[in-house]
Write a protein that binds this ligand. Sequence first.
Ligand code: AMP
Length: 634
Amino acid sequence: MATYREFHQRSIDDREGFWRDEAAAIDWQAPFDQVLDYSRPPFARWFVGGTTNLCHNAVDRHLPTRAGQKALIYISTETGQARTYTFGELHAEVNRCTAVLRSLCLGRGDRMLIYMPMVPEAVFAMLACVRLGAIHSVVFGGFASHSLASRIDDAKPKLLFTADAGMRGGKALHYKGLVDEAIRLSAHPPEHVVLFNRGIDKNPAMTAGRDLDYAALRAQHMDAQVPVTWLESSEPSYILYTSGTTGKPKGVQRDTGGYAVALAASMQHIYCGKPGETMFTTSDIGWVVGHSYIVYGPLIHGMATVLYEGLPIRPDPGIWWQIVAEHKVSVMFSSPTAVRVLKKQDPRYLGQHDVSSLRHLFLAGEPLDEPTARWISEGLGVPVLDHYWQTETGWALLSSLPGVEATPVKYGSPSFPAYGYDVKLLHEASGAEVGANEKGVVTVVPPLPPGCMSTVWGQDDRFVQTYFSSFKDKLVYTTFDWGIRDDDGYYFILGRTDDVINVAGHRLGTREIEEAVSAHPNIAEVAVVGVHDAIKGQVPMAFAVLKDASMLATPAGRRAMEQEVFAVVDKALGPVGRPARVHFIASLPKTRSGKVLRRSIQAIAEGRDPGDLTTLDDPGGIDQVRGAVTGVQE
Ligand code: AMP
């Protein structure tokens, strides 16, 4: 067996040989004639000429060997429902759903937006979409109408697949109403809305001719068998929007063959899952982790996957471990925030269930602090592995590879570059490689490996401009994260280089929140910064200047104004974007050239030294921020 070092080295030195071998893990309808086409840097096309299909690899190809084995285990502690689908049953449901979508003329290259709670029909819709060669764009249920509308306008979907409502912590979230509002705001409304009515809203409003009931359509296609549409490897499988420094989220476009190969390889080398076993990923289908490791990764690998709708602490904080015990979960994937939530509960819940089936717990999405890693690892008696990745990469960029070599864990570090990634830490200004223990920007020398984003949907120039233009005369992919490598080669992530913040493992652009806050007619100016939070890692905090500040004269007026700002953000972005606090101040600290000093605001809000203030135009703004923050602390 190779060591980590040999394995990684081969993936860089013999890139094509390495990925040719990995490509054997999936089914190809027609073999590829070229492993990599890198004739147009930085655009990489993997497995050129090969034809395949994600749905075939996730479902159909397992039928001869595991039709009767569990594929999808749905558990909702919100509704008390639980349903299990074997690969055979999953195949039947996906075919019904595919037939429905085909009857609505969804075809190769068309887009379908999926705005769904964590129910099996969401997974059927994703798989049905890719079965037809159509492109899905799943939007997280925590986003509201405005975010939904901007994604509709960018992706221009033919269909929108949604449900009457979701549930969170026992409270209903009315999806259909948000969809109606988004379509009203949109310049490119979809032709049809397919509504899966789960019976939470008894009578959701239906627009005649546009809105269709999924159950009624499904009933017409009970015995449907729809052949898969074979796609050339580079044809898109999905678009997933992610926040950046501008107010406009980017559509991360993923290919088909490269993604399937990358996921299949990761199931073996990183997650050490075995076909027939069960994986439990606690994310949501609206995030990249949900795409890769609730849906496609485990299913492609012939594993059962747990689809969990609910909170980690309801009905009690032992619920996840109960699921692990009941379903003999061998691979689990969660987030540091979720573990910190559990850490606040009675520790006895950790030891109540038999979790001996579990081989590893993987955590990602945000920095994993040492006390949290130690607490969960010791409490469960299971190795806990931190790994680092992004929506753009689709799978881990930094990770140990327990399937290759069990390298020792260093708490606080996601270990080493994963195979296929030629990672360099570069000096921010000079672009030169930094030495051990020196801080640099985490970059990847292209071509990016299979599975990573192929481009920004519809905007090739934005892909190059955003990700490959940070360093003069150097074509490298920038992660926008600071990192450091120690003498033993372990990497540590030190936070973002841009104005993107990470709330509970989810990326939010401060610019997007600022735009949402500014929608309130009484806001003159606003700056949003990320502030350290013991549970969520970071939370957004807003500092706003009002046009008419008269209501601030009383504490009640101030609170009412803050509530009004919360309401406009909830309406535009949804609860995910809501600031923890809105502080009202008379002026924002700015440089003489008019740039808002966000980093200084953030430092003061976190009780740190604001640093060099010599470029400040007027010291009053900084005093305002300090006064607002200390006023809160009193
Ligand atoms: P997203 O695309 O929403 O998954 O966010 C990706 C960002 O989350 C990265 O650019 C990092 O800033 C952060 N991130 C993800 N995983 C880790 C990790 N293991 N350690 C530290 N930061 C992480």
